[in-house]
Design a protein around this ligand. Structure first.
Ligand code: NDP
Ligand code: BG6
Length: 500
């Protein structure tokens, strides 16, 4: 469905299910506040929290407010945001709570919906997967409004493998239509991830070289400089492959590799992503690197602690906190080009990037001094796009030197606020744009690719390689990159431009 204009006379009710939880406090209320603060959400929007805890709005406010960015002179605006909030207590598996929630929404609507105006409802499930099914069934049975549209936003995990994901999708499809479902992958809301479509398809310079004839390899990386930090209980059940690779990195791969969609409509775009996924076979286990971090005795603070030192992690766990694998796309554009995806926690830096390395220059006349070009799209931190390229060494010399064409967002777009991914995505739900949400068939294809690898790791209890907290991860990753033709010379030197 294409984005639709919002009517200023309509009323919108945004329900946060699981309002007492961590995600709600740290991400959802802060996002709703940002949308309200910047007048991006419609004027007549009301926010209803729902959870089992006995809470008042003031208590909710006390929990969430430390995460709501605001300046001192925004106090009254913040007050009016909280005035638009209410809270309903109820269980996740009994009809009663949902009837109360519906009554609370009807009350708001009876006060604000005038004449022919409509009332729309958005439901955000900030809840553990164990209650997805009863909650969604109850929302459908008791809380869908009749005066406008209803949209439901679901957070990952969307299952743990093909079978469990298919069961969840089957349930969701039995209660909601596809156009009512918004499966969030927050990476699809990031500036540089959204930029891929424009960069690739609104420029004529990239199209002709975006294929196996010019590109030698693509490395898609996610690196975090911290470990599980008490979230080990959740993490251990899923591991880095399900937590980051199967969703965030695979989405980036799709947008990097897909063909140009017929239009930029959500369905055309998602059709192309599904086509990419259909070209990928499950991973070859011989080319999978798994790692788990251990404490660095010389490190400070958390760095001293390994994954297994986290008290919430089961003893002797073999869950990977680092993983790398190689995907091949069997199509005309990409045949033979390795897409190396790598994700790791407790590494040396925070970085998410797409690194496209081009083939060597044919017919070299520079005695091997011309290094390979690389186009790097850095998703975070410090969004930037740079092309590593050869130049004549400036000055009297006539020898090649490695340099770059550099588009650093913080310098080029100094005064532009780059919204958080959740802001973009939640606003998309208001507008009914599903382009940046995961469709059911897309999800099924993603699990088809990852399930054999996950099952094999679990069946064989494959022991991950140890790497030190704060390191670059297991050196086997570099060997994997080299095996698949990625060339690292270590000769490139980046000199940061002086701050003006
Ligand atoms: P490099 O050539 O230094 O690194 C290229 C890649 O090699 C990286 O992916 C790195 O990733 C990997 N690597 C590092 N050490 C090894 C090793 N020993 N063996 C194999 N692979 C290795 O170029 P970069 O593009 O990384 O640029 C260097 C620095 O300059 C970066 O910090 C970059 O952010 C910065 N820069 C910033 C720009 C900007 O802000 N606009 C523009 C250009 C550069 P990893 O360690 O993740 O595996
Ligand atoms: C989440 C993962 O989906 O993404 C986390 O569950 C991870 O483990 C996070 O830390 C990373 O998101 P971002 O936006 O901070 O890169």
């Amino acid at each position: 469905m294409a984005a639709q204009p919002l009517s200023s006379t309509d009323t919108f009710i945004f329900v946060v299910l699981g309002a007492s939880g961590d995600l709600a406090k740290k991400k959802i209320y802060p996002t709703l506040w940002q949308l309200y603060r910047h007048e991006l959400s419609p004027k007549k929007t009301f926010f209803v929290g729902y959870a089992r805890s006995d809470l008042t709005v003031s208590e909710l406010r006390r929990k969430a407010e430390p995460f709501l960015k605001h300046s001192d002179d925004e106090k009254s605006r913040l007050d009016s945001f909280w005035e638009a909030c209410s809270y309903v207590k109820g269980s996740y598996d009994q009809a009663k709570g949902f009837e109360d929630l519906n009554a609370a929404m009807e009350k708001i609507e009876s006060q604000h919906v005038k004449g022919a105006a409509r009332a729309h409802r958005l439901f955000y499930l900030a809840l553990p997967p164990s209650v997805f099914e009863p909650v969604t069934a109850n929302i459908r049975a008791h809380c869908f409004g009749k005066k406008g549209w209803n949209r439901v936003i679901v957070e990952k995990p969307f299952g743990k493998d093909s079978a469990s994901s298919a069961a969840l999708s089957k349930h969701l499809s039995s209660v909601f239509a596809e156009e009512e479902m918004y499966r969030i992958d927050h990476y699809l809301g990031k500036e540089m991830v959204q930029n891929l479509l424009i960069l690739r398809f609104a420029n004529n310079i990239f199209g002709p070289i975006w294929n196996r004839n010019y590109i030698a390899s693509v490395v898609i990386s996610f690196k975090e400089p911290f470990g599980t930090q008490g979230r080990g209980g959740y993490f251990d059940e899923f591991g880095i492959i399900r937590d980051v690779m199967q969703n965030h990195l695979l989405q980036i791969l799709c947008l990097t590799a897909m063909e140009k969609p017929c239009t930029k409509s959500a369905e055309d775009l998602r059709d192309e992503k599904v086509k990419v996924l259909k070209c990928i076979d499950p991973f070859n286990m011989a080319d999978v690197v798994l790692g788990q971090y251990v404490g660095d005795p010389e490190g400070t603070g958390d760095a001293k602690l390994g994954y297994l030192d986290d008290p919430t992690v089961p003893k002797g766990s073999v869950t990977p906190t680092f993983a790398a694998a190689v995907a091949f796309l069997k199509n005309e554009r990409w045949d033979g080009v390795p897409f190396i995806i790598r994700a790791g926690k407790a590494l040396n830096e925070r970085k998410t990037e797409i690194r496209i390395q081009f083939h060597d220059v044919p017919g070299d006349i520079f005695e091997g001094q011309a290094q390979r070009n690389e186009l790097v799209i850095r998703v975070q931190p410090n969004e930037s796009i740079y092309v590593k390229m050869m130049l004549k060494k400036p000055g009297m010399s006539f020898s090649p030197v490695e340099s770059e064409l550099d588009l650093t967002y913080h310098s080029r777009y100094k005064d532009t606020r780059l919204p958080d991914a959740y802001e973009r995505l939640l606003l998309d739900v208001f507008y009914g744009s599903q382009s940046h949400f995961v469709r059911t068939d897309e999800l099924a294809e993603a699990w088809r690719i990852f399930t054999p690898m996950l099952h094999s790791i679990e069946r064989e209890k494959r022991k991950p390689l140890q790497y030190k907290y704060g390191s670059r991860g297991p050196p086997e990753f570099d060997k994997l990159c080299a095996k698949f033709g990625y060339k690292y010379t270590g000769t490139y030197e980046w000199s940061k431009p002086e701050k003006k």
